[in-house]
Design a protein around this ligand. Structure first.
Ligand code: PLP
Length: 389
């Protein structure tokens, strides 16, 4: 079967993990530090904090941002549930504003409107959908002083309109990346938070590891930390309630090995996306590329097409089944978050999200991954057209 997304692992990646296992470090150790430094340098941020996955990264980012009980957090309805769940983990309340038709990212004008008429916002979590960067200067302006956490799970390697990489945090407080296998690079499970703020960096280091003091954080009970001027070597302090969200050195070894090849990965994704655009752009009644605008350079995490499926017998359900019968696993990104029972029970609705409603009816993610060959893609394009007839 040809899936919509897949990791791309080569022999040197396997060798990097094996070498790490032979080195003696399995849990978080020096390799994690190396990986953090490499990602920080790659995206152009001062700090990077590796975590067990992007969901954990978003959770810790909300905690570090001070989101707490009752606080309002706005995100995109067109995302994976983790973009909103992070607010609820810390007692906050997720809200949703509509997306733009051409980028499928959160609409800065809708965010502005929400800020103007609603209760105070504690944080905004824009999502760079499919890797296409949000208009961050406009979002930062619309959010009016709220903390900004970029959900950059899809966007390692994407560039803003300014040319700098997503994660450099010029218009945000933090950015969170995922290294889940279908993303730009894989580390098994894994994620990283980038920031330029030292206060957030220090807090995130503590929160990632049980809330235990890190670096040169001062002791809160210094009387227990030393005796007769000599440091008590066993002593550490849990200073707040944290978690175990650490990445392992084995995962970091894989992530580092993959990061070295990211330019090649991104180039292939770009090439495949351009071929799809070429194939689908001129089909008024058929499949068409879902993202037609944008403010920067996408990492091309997903390729989403739109079609008036409801006009066809059996709709999208039958279309996906026909493709499946020919060997393709397609997917819909995403079921709008407010439609999930958990959020619907909490009063979330689609009433003020017409663009999201329209998009959800028509969306389909088709195969896009580094290992997809031109021949496979050409065959898919032919099959996709035929199945729609
Ligand atoms: C937009 C978005 N945010 C967050 C996540 C969570 O990432 P992870 O699987 O690393 O926890 C995902 C995962 O697919 C995602 O697509």
């Amino acid at each position: 079967m040809i899936p919509y997304g897949r990791h791309f692992i080569e022999e040197d990646d396997i060798e990097a993990v094996a070498a790490q296992m032979r080195s003696g470090w399995l849990t978080q150790g020096p390799k994690v530090g190396e990986f953090e430094a490499a990602v920080a340098e790659y995206v152009g941020a001062r700090y990077a904090i590796a975590v067990s996955n992007a969901t954990a990264g978003l959770h810790l980012a909300c905690l570090a941002a001070g989101v707490g009980p009752g606080d309002r957090v706005v995100t995109s309805p067109n995302s994976f549930v983790a973009s909103a769940n992070c607010a609820h983990y810390v007692g906050g309340v997720a809200e949703f504003v509509d997306i733009e038709r051409d980028t499928l990212n959160i609409d800065p004008a809708a965010l502005h409107e929400r800020v103007r008429r609603g209760p105070a916002l504690k944080a905004a979590i824009p999502v760079h959908f499919a890797g296409l960067p949000c208009d961050m200067p406009k979002i930062a302006e619309a959010a009016l002083g709220a903390i900004i956490i970029e959900d950059a799970a899809h966007a390692l390697g994407s560039r803003y309109r300014s040319g700098s990489r997503v994660g450099s945090c010029a218009h945000s407080d933090m950015a969170v990346f995922s290294f889940h296998p279908v993303k730009s690079i894989a580390s098994g499970e894994g994620g990283i938070i980038t920031t330029n703020r030292e206060d957030l960096y220090r807090r995130l280091l503590r929160l990632r590891s049980h809330g235990i003091n890190k670096l040169d954080d001062p002791y809160q009970h210094p009387q227990f930390a030393a005796q007769d001027g000599m440091r008590n070597r066993w002593y550490y302090e849990m200073q707040e309630l944290g978690f175990n969200c650490r990445l392992t050195d084995m995962q970091a070894a894989l992530g580092l090995s993959q990061l070295r090849k990211i330019d090649r990965f991104l180039a292939r994704r770009r090439e495949l996306s351009a071929r799809y655009r070429q194939a689908f752009q001129s089909q008024p009644a058929g499949l068409r590329p879902a993202q037609s605008g944008g403010w920067g350079e996408s990492a091309n995490h997903l390729f989403v097409v739109r079609a008036p499926f409801e006009a066809h017998p059996g709709g999208r359900t039958a279309y996906m089944q026909k493709l499946y019968d020919r060997g393709y696993v397609t997917q819909v990104h995403y079921i709008p978050i407010p439609m999930h029972p958990y959020y619907a029970r909490r009063g979330c609705s689609m009433a003020s999200l017409p663009e999201t409603v329209r998009y959800y009816r028509e969306a389909l993610s088709i195969p896009l991954f580094v290992g997809l060959t031109d021949e496979q893609q050409d065959q898919f394009i032919a099959d996709a057209r035929e199945c729609l007839r």
